[in-house]
Design a protein around this ligand. Sequence first.
Ligand SMILES: *[C@@H]1O[C@H](CO)[C@@H](O)[C@H](O)[C@H]1NC(C)=O
Ligand SMILES: *[C@@H]1O[C@H](CO)[C@@H](O)[C@H](O)[C@H]1NC(C)=O
Ligand SMILES: *[C@@H]1O[C@H](CO)[C@@H](O)[C@H](O)[C@H]1NC(C)=O
Ligand SMILES: *[C@@H]1O[C@H](CO)[C@@H](O)[C@H](O)[C@H]1NC(C)=O
Ligand SMILES: *[C@@H]1O[C@H](CO)[C@@H](O)[C@H](O)[C@H]1NC(C)=O
Length: 162
Amino acid sequence: MGGSWKLTCALLLLISAAATATDHIVGANRGWNPNINYTLWANNHTFYVGDLISFRYQKNQYNVFEVNQTGYDNCTTEGAVGNWTSGKDFIPLNKAKRYYFICGNGQCFSGMKVSVIVHPLPPPPTSALAAEHSTPNSASPLLFKRSLLLSSVLACFGFVWM
Ligand SMILES: *[C@@H]1O[C@H](CO)[C@@H](O)[C@H](O)[C@H]1NC(C)=O
Ligand SMILES: *[C@@H]1O[C@H](CO)[C@@H](O)[C@H](O)[C@H]1NC(C)=O
Ligand SMILES: *[C@@H]1O[C@H](CO)[C@@H](O)[C@H](O)[C@H]1NC(C)=O
Ligand SMILES: *[C@@H]1O[C@H](CO)[C@@H](O)[C@H](O)[C@H]1NC(C)=O
Ligand SMILES: *[C@@H]1O[C@H](CO)[C@@H](O)[C@H](O)[C@H]1NC(C)=O
């Protein structure tokens, strides 16, 4: 009995935790390729701490480097913070800051560079009513997802103590 509740809770938490992180696929269905304006793509997305950015590309042809602003502006990988080569790279955006990613094989000069601003999470809703009454904005789905996670956590703690 207790065991099956725990399993249900673990599952519920897993699902709602997954729901809180958005995976932003760079370039959407065009992926990570030359001659795409990724500034336009980035301007169309809102990034929050805990989200993922993912790069899809032909493995061995392209790659991904996280660099600083100099690296982004000049297409250089000196002092790169990280690099990825799997062809399907999921990179967690764990800090509220501007991130810079470029392709490290020269294709940065053909536009394979993207910079995104990651925002801190908005404060959790104080009540469902407050969330309902706030004007619709881009944060609303996030608030919903956060309350989903919160209620699962509460529900699970409730069950554990029963
Ligand atoms: C990409 O689009 C942005 C916004 O319209 C523009 O400022 C920028 O010059 C474009 N970049 C390239 C390489 O065309
Ligand atoms: C921006 O988002 C809209 C709606 O999702 C989409 O139709 C459009 O193609 C996007 N533009 C770019 C440059 O990604
Ligand atoms: C970046 O490129 C600019 C213009 O080409 C140059 O003036 C600058 O010195 C470069 N910066 C670095 C750190 O290489
Ligand atoms: C980026 O890193 C390079 C190499 O470590 C360094 O020379 C440069 O000053 C850095 N640029 C910024 C804007 O921090
Ligand atoms: C790529 O990252 C690994 C560590 O994850 C590092 O050892 C390697 O030197 C990096 N490669 C380049 C070209 O920076």
